[in-house]
Design a protein around this ligand. Structure first.
Ligand code: XMP
Length: 517
C-alpha cells in the first residue's frame, strides 16, 4: 500500500519477527506505517517522504560479514531515526560506535532506569519501567554525539540518543506488550520527535486501498476466493467497492467446512451484497486428492493445489481473469516468509501463502497483507460488514482438514463437524465466544475404550482448544470454566457417535501453534 495523503513513519525490516508489530504500533498512533526492506535506497525513501524511520530488530549480528546494512545515505536525509535492538546496533556501528558479542545473551523482562529525564522518548513514561529484552550483541561504545538516556542492571546502553541529528536507539523491544509503556515511547517518537500528524485511520486506509486497487487492476478482472471468514470477506467487500463487477467471488465448498457453513455464507452474501458470487462444490475433488495422506504439510499443499484447480475451473466460466485476490493477513505472511523479502526465518510453510503454485497464472492481489486481525476487523466495521461476520473466530483456509489429524475422510470430517458445532454452541451459550480469540476441536487418530449404556465402545479421541491472543503470533490457552467443558464433553460423548473421549488442550503458543497441523 503506497502512502498518499498522510504523514507516515516507515519501518526498515532487518528480518525481525516483530517488524509489522512496530508498524502496527505506529498506526495505533493515527499515523500510517508500512514496512520496507532494509535495502531501500535513500532516494526511494525520499520519494516516500516519511516523517520518521524505524530500524527494526533482526536475527543477524552486525559483527558477521555480510549482515544487513541500510543505505548509509539515510543518515543524511535529516529524517529522525529510531533503531530497535539490531536497528540500534547497526546504527551505532555505522556511525562510529562499537558492538560486542558477549557470551551471555539477554532475554526476558527487565526494568529500565530512565537516566535522562529530559528525553522526549520517555517523556510520558515512569522513571522505572518494565521492558522486554531479547538480544545477543550489545553496544559497548556509542557514536559521537550520542548520550545515554536509559540503563538496566546489565545493559549500560539500554537507550541512547543524539538529539541534534534526531537519532534514537533502544536495546529493548518497545513494540511488544511485555514492554509495559513501550507504546508510549513509540508514540513520543512518532508524534513528538517526528512531528507526524495523527490523521490516519481505517477510513483513510479504505480510500488509499481503493485508489491503489483501481490503479493495479485497471480494467482487468479479479477472482476472489471467498471463505466466509473475516479476512476474505473484508478483502472481497473492499475490492468490490473499488472495482464493482470486475470482481468475481468464488465460494468453494471443500468438504472441510464447519457445520452449515456453506448455507450461511451464501445466505449472508446473497442478502447483504450484490456481488458476482459463484458456488463451487468441490468436496469430492478435495477428499479424493487427500485419500491416504496424513502428513500435515502434504495435506496443506494438496488442499492449496485443489483450491487453485477449482479456481481455474471456475474462472473458465467467467471470461478473462488476471488477478487472484486473497484475504492474506500479516501473520499469515510472516509465518511463511519475510514480508518484505527480508531475512526473517520461516516458521511454518502454510496459510494462503504456502499453498500457491510457483507458476500461478494470475497476479496476486492481497490488499490486507500488512494488517493484523483486529485491524481487519476495524476495516470490516468501516466497510459496513455485519458484526456476526466481523467478530467471527478465525478459521483456517484448509478448514477442518488441518484439524482432522491423520487421514481426512468424509466420515471423520462429519464427526469433527458435530464435535466442533457442539463446542462452539456451548461457548456461545455461556456467553464466552467474544472473550476467546479462537475455539477449535481436533479429531485424533487414536482410539480409546469407553463404556456407554453398558456397552463397550472403542472410538476416536477429540481435543478441544480455546486460546486468547492479540494477533495469533502468540497465544495463551483459555481458562475455560469447568462447567462449560463438562457440558461440552458430555454432549459430545452422547451426541457424536464417532467419539468417546474428550481432552482439553492447555498448550500456549509458543511452544505449540494454534492449529495442530
Ligand atoms: P498457527 O496454527 O500457525 O495459526 O498458530 C495462527 C492463526 O492462523 C490461522 N491459520 C490459517 N489461516 N490459512 C488461513 O487463512 C491457513 O492455512 C491457516 N493455518 C492457520 C489459525 O487458525 C490461527 O488463527
Amino acid at each position: 500500500m503506497a502512502i498518499k495523503n498522510h504523514d507516515s513513519v516507515i519501518v526498515l525490516d532487518f528480518g525481525a519477527q516483530y517488524s509489522q508489530l512496530i508498524a502496527r504500533r505506529v498506526r495505533e498512533c493515527g499515523v500510517y506505517s508500512q514496512i520496507v526492506p532494509y535495502t531501500v535506497t535513500a532516494d526511494e525513501v525520499k520519494a516516500i517522504a516519511p516523517k520518521g524511520i524505524i530500524f527494526s530488530g533482526g536475527p543477524a549480528s552486525v559483527k558477521t560479514p555480510g549482515s544487513p546494512r541500510p543505505d548509509s545515505a539515510l543518515f543524511s536525509l535529516g529524517i529522525p531515526i529510531l533503531g530497535i535492538c539490531y536497528g540500534l546496533q547497526v546504527m551505532s556501528e555505522m556511525l562510529g560506535g562499537n558492538v560486542t558479542c558477549p557470551e551471555k545473551k539477554e532475554y526476558g523482562l527487565q526494568n529500565i532506569d530512565i537516566v535522562d529525564k529530559s528525553s522526549v522518548l520517555f517523556s510520558n513514561v515512569s522513571d522505572k519501567t518494565q521492558i522486554w529484552m531479547s538480544h545477543g550483541d550489545s553496544v559497548d561504545r556509542i557514536p559521537d554525539g550520542f548520550h545515554v538516556t536509559a540503563t538496566t542492571a546489565t545493559c549500560p546502553y539500554a537507550a541512547v540518543e543524539d538529539t541534534k541529528r534526531h537519532f534514537y536507539g533502544v536495546q529493548f523491544h518497545p513494540e511488544v506488550v511485555h514492554s509495559v509503556e513501550g507504546d508510549k515511547m513509540i508514540r513520543s517518537f512518532v508524534l513528538d520527535v517526528c512531528n507526524a500528524k495523527a490523521d490516519w485511520n481505517m477510513g483513510s486506509f479504505v480510500e488509499d486501498a481503493i485508489k491503489e486497487i483501481r490503479e493495479t487492476v485497471g480494467d482487468k478482472r479479479v477472482l476472489c476466493g471467498l471463505s466466509g471468514g473475516v479476512d476474505s470477506s473484508v478483502a472481497a467487500v473492499l475490492i468490490h467497492k473499488a472495482i464493482g463487477n470486475q470482481l468475481v467471488c468464488v465460494f468453494v465448498n471443500n468438504g472441510m467446512l464447519r457445520k452449515n457453513e456453506a448455507e450461511s455464507v451464501l445466505d449472508l452474501f446473497g442478502k447483504n451484497f450484490s456481488m458476482n458470487l459463484q458456488y463451487a462444490d468441490a468436496t469430492d475433488d478435495f477428499l479424493s486428492a487427500l485419500r491416504g495422506v496424513t502428513e500435515p504439510e502434504a495435506k496443506r499443499k494438496i488442499i492449496g493445489k485443489v483450491f487453485i484447480d477449482t479456481f481455474y475451473n471456475e474462472a473458465r466460466k467467467c471470461g478473462d481473469i488476471s488477478f487472484l485476490a486473497q484475504g492474506t493477513l500479516y501473520p499469515d505472511v510472516i509465518e511463511s516468509k519475510s514480508p518484505s523479502g527480508g531475512p526473517s526465518s520461516t516458521i511454518k510453510s502454510h496459510h494462503n501463502v504456502g499453498g500457491l503454485p510457483e507458476d500461478l497464472k494470475w497476479q496476486l492481489l492481497e490488499p490486507l497483507k500488512e494488517l493484523f486481525k483486529d485491524e481487519v476487523r476495524a476495516l470490516g466495521k468501516e466497510l459496513g460488514l455485519p458484526d456476526e461476520l466481523v467478530y467471527r473466530h478465525p478459521f483456517p483456509g484448509p478448514g477442518l482438514g488441518v484439524r482432522c489429524i491423520g487421514e481426512v475422510t468424509k466420515e471423520r470430517l462429519d464427526t469433527l463437524r458435530d464435535v466442533d458445532a457442539i463446542f462452539i454452541e456451548e461457548i456461545r451459550k455461556a456467553r464466552l465466544y467474544d472473550k476467546i480469540w479462537q475455539a477449535l476441536a481436533d479429531l485424533l487418530p487414536v482410539k480409546s475404550v469407553g463404556v456407554q449404556g453398558d456397552e463397550r465402545t472403542y472410538r476416536e479421541v477429540c481435543t478441544l482448544r480455546a486460546v486468547t491472543s492479540e494477533d495469533a503470533m502468540t497465544a495463551d490457552w483459555y481458562r475455560m470454566p469447568y462447567e462449560v467443558l463438562q457440558r461440552a464433553a458430555l454432549r459430545i460423548c452422547n451426541e457424536v457417535s464417532g467419539v468417546n473421549r474428550v481432552l482439553y488442550d492447555i498448550t500456549s503458543k509458543p511452544p505449540g501453534t494454534i492449529e495442530w497441523e
